[in-house]
Design a protein around this ligand. Structure first.
Ligand code: ZN
Length: 439
């Protein structure tokens, strides 16, 4: 059995904390497992719960069309035996994870040179922060930098506010809470870039009509760790004995630890010692609360190509679920236009098998934000967290298309309107015109 294999992934992870070089994933492989029925799902759930040798990149949820599992070379044969024994179909989509990591181009951003930010590479935390500062300096009339919180290791959680004047409705974008999901930080930066530089009419209108708060890296300590030590790190970096890290998207004070989370600090879904126990979630939630009434909240994760709707603890439709489902489905239609990429829209509890303590549930329940979504960006298990750099731009473009369409669709369903200064002004002008014609 796999759990008899001596060297566990956890041991690998703790070893990395004493190494100077990043941990190497030589001959680690990624399995894309395709369960046929509920029995297969149950077997995979048992494997996930009983054997920490395997890093489940996606969860074996009842609705899962595939499950991505990373294994070390030592545990690979045992996994193949397990799957064959139970007649579960699989393919190895990446035979050597390190090869994919080596192909991930990480570029350097040069201060005062906005052109050195490109969409065919990933950037580290300090470069993203310097780029944001440069954007704020370049567009001083509309952009302000803000600090939304602080991490366990005292790093600032930075973001940009884009505003063309007071009185706008608020759209809040948060990304990078799971540090290994590198595409999400890039997508948030791309949204900033488009809102400030695009010449597309709809994008310019979206920039003009709303106050945007955008945080590309909500988990800075984890993100730094993925660059310096361990590419597959998901949590923050708070120590608990010999273990490290709380899953920040299980730590929010909403149905904390009710389901889909762990009390074991070694687990990748460790919910922490208590709700809002972590400086990141505590400070970020205070900041989100402080900005005023938010009308749309978007949280970016990867991967699986899903658009998720709160809540994580029930499959029952809650509040304006049907509206958000319809709005989301239409926006995912818009997402598919450019490259044909298919997303599924649905409830978190259906798609993620009841995961509570996430940011979107808290925002929806405690701040009563009307439109709330959680994206799971590209891909569908081919590369997973190691999305090749030639997919960064297409992913970002189609995600941006969908954000613009979310606004469009939400308005059609009666949201996001009424408070816009632009709309008020045009209404007043129309009224003046009518009155003048009557005069
Ligand atoms: Zn995530």
């Amino acid at each position: 059995m796999a759990n008899r294999v001596l060297l566990s992934l956890t041991l690998f992870i703790s070893l990395t904390s004493v190494l100077c070089e990043p941990f190497r994933f030589d001959n680690f492989s990624l399995f894309k497992v395709v369960p046929d029925d509920a029995h297969h799902i149950k077997l995979l759930q048992d494997l996930q719960n009983s054997d920490i040798n395997y890093d489940f990149w996606t969860d074996p949820v009842p609705s899962a069309e595939f499950v991505s599992i990373m294994t070390s070379p030592m545990n690979k044969v045992a996994l193949e035996h397990f799957l064959s024994l139970h007649g579960i179909k699989y393919e190895i989509t990446m035979p050597n994870i390190q090869e994919a990591i080596d192909k991930e181009t990480i570029k350097t951003y040069t201060r005062n040179n906005l052109r050195s930010m490109s969409w065919d590479a990933y950037y580290n935390l300090s470069d993203i922060n310097i780029w944001m500062a440069d954007m704020a300096r370049t567009y001083p009339d509309v952009v302000t930098e803000f600090v939304a919180g602080v991490s366990y290791e005292h790093r600032q959680i930075k973001g940009l506010k884009i505003s063309h004047g007071p009185g706008r409705k608020i759209i809040f974008v948060e990304a990078g809470m799971h540090s290994r999901e590198w595409i999400t930080m890039s997508t948030a930066c791309y949204i900033i870039n488009e809102l400030l530089t695009s010449t597309d009419n709809d994008t310019m209108a979206a920039a003009r009509d709303f106050d945007w708060y955008i945080i590309p890296v909500a988990n800075p300590d984890g993100y730094v760790w993925t660059h310096t030590d361990f590419r597959m790190w998901r949590k923050n970096r708070r120590p608990f004995g010999t273990n490290f890290g709380v899953d920040l998207n299980r730590n929010w004070n909403n149905n904390w630890l009710v389901s889909g989370a762990s009390t074991n600090p070694a687990s990748d879904i460790y919910a922490g010692p208590g709700p809002f126990s972590e400086p990141e979630t505590r400070s970020l939630s205070s900041f989100i609360r402080s900005v005023g009434d938010i009308d749309m909240y978007l949280s970016f994760h990867s991967f699986s190509q899903l658009l998720l709707i709160p809540f994580g603890n029930t499959t029952e439709p809650v509040g304006n679920y049907h509206d958000t489902l319809n709005i989301g489905r239409r926006a995912m239609g818009a997402l598919s236009v450019r490259y044909g990429t298919q997303y599924v829209t649905g409830n978190i509890a259906e798609a993620i098998y009841q995961a509570t303590g996430g940011s979107v549930d808290w925002v929806k329940e405690h701040l009563q934000v009307p439109i709330v979504y959680c994206y799971e960006l590209r891909d569908r298990g081919q590369f997973g967290f190691l999305l090749p750099t030639d997919q960064i731009l297409p992913n970002n473009e189609e995600a941006m298309d969908s954000v613009i369409d979310l606004i469009h669709q939400a308005r059609r369903f009666g949201y996001l309107s009424g408070g816009s200064v632009g709309l008020q002004v045009s209404f007043i002008l129309m009224l003046v015109g009518v009155l003048a014609s009557l005069w």
